[in-house]
Design a protein. Sequence first.
Length: 459
Amino acid sequence: MLPFMRCSLRESWSPAGRGKDHAPSVDLLCARQPRAANASHGEAVPGSGVTLDCDVRKESLAIWKDQTFRLLSALIVGAISFSVSAAEQKGSAAEQSKVSGVATAESWPMFRGNPGLTGVSPATLPSSLSLLWTYKAGGPVKSSPALVDGKVFIGSDDKQLHCIDLKTGQKVWSLTTEGEIESTPLVLDKLVYVGSSDGGLYAVEAATGKTNWSFKTEDKILGGPNWFVAPDGKAKWVLAGSYDYRLYCFDAVTGKTNWTYETGNYINGTPAVAGGSTVFGGCDALLHVIGLKDGQKIKEVDAGAYIAGSGAYEGNKFYVGHYENEFLCADLEKGEIQWKFKDRAFPYFSSPALTADRVVFGGRDKKLHCVRKDNGEEIWSFNTRGKVDSSPVVVGAKGREVVVVGSEDGNLYMVNLADGKEIWKYEIGQAITSSPAVVNGMVVVGSEDGNVYAFGVKK
């Protein structure tokens, strides 16, 4: 998804107040078990709650035997407790691996695949793909797809949210709004959330398309919604930015507004979430770091120019391009730009994909760029024949990763992450500004020719 921007920078503006956030992160936390202690020198035994003292006198043999018996009993109880705790943690980890709203090999539930917007899929793809089906919408498809439970969810300029069978390409249902839908849907716990140019955020049942709740902002919503676990650790909250300058936070189930944060201009993209905060840019040329708990400002970083797309948030770093021809890495802890990448005088609308040591993003210079994550030095670039506003997805096991991305030259490309060499391409013919969604063996993407395309291996 890439929003059409109508930025008008202002010299003065009044953001929301300052604050600090202590909300829990959506990152999974694993409790450490106590380190096994030496039974001598007065060190603690895990699970026993006692301290051993081995300086026992011969004349106290009877007492020593009694203490030894008690200790062995404690050790046995401690070992049993440790085993139960480990089993509980294992079960918890198994459940956590099924968390809704995060990409797996079989699902791609939101823009860029996860709340940090890092654009990486654990799925695998063959080196060559065939066209499996096309689905005709009633207008250009600039929205990017979400793939969950064998269904494709995607918006169109025909003002509809479409639900398509992933296997057959047949329509399941559609929801009609009052404006074009460039927003990428979020699928979370059996509900689908999507913004519309009519200013509405819609929450509908994934199975039927029936509206669960909706909320009208004062201007269009072009970016995709995001989500996080609420401060109580139970509920889930949904974020969406609007052209009314505000970022909204809703209860995912009820649609109740938890808080709003006002910026100085339009919010174009999807807010990224990590570490108890959300980060986004917009037409006020600032990176906003906002606490998830209460919507209060933590920090602002001057980006130097207005931001058209969405950034990726990982650790204390935020990666994003802007309209004045630079791609940035911001150190949010220090509140400063760590490095800048600039090639030619063309802006960056594409959102980046992050690997352990690389950042991959498209540019309006008609290139796909791969740079070092630590300093922004270019590793390789891949030339297309059109602007690359589509956001790349990195797919595959470490050492065998590929990058999938569309271009306004009408081609969908697959290139090698290691060296940027072309592996495969398919000519659709008209511009691809939609970003691909990937699950095992399949890629789905929209095109401005009004079609949704699915690629895979024909059986």
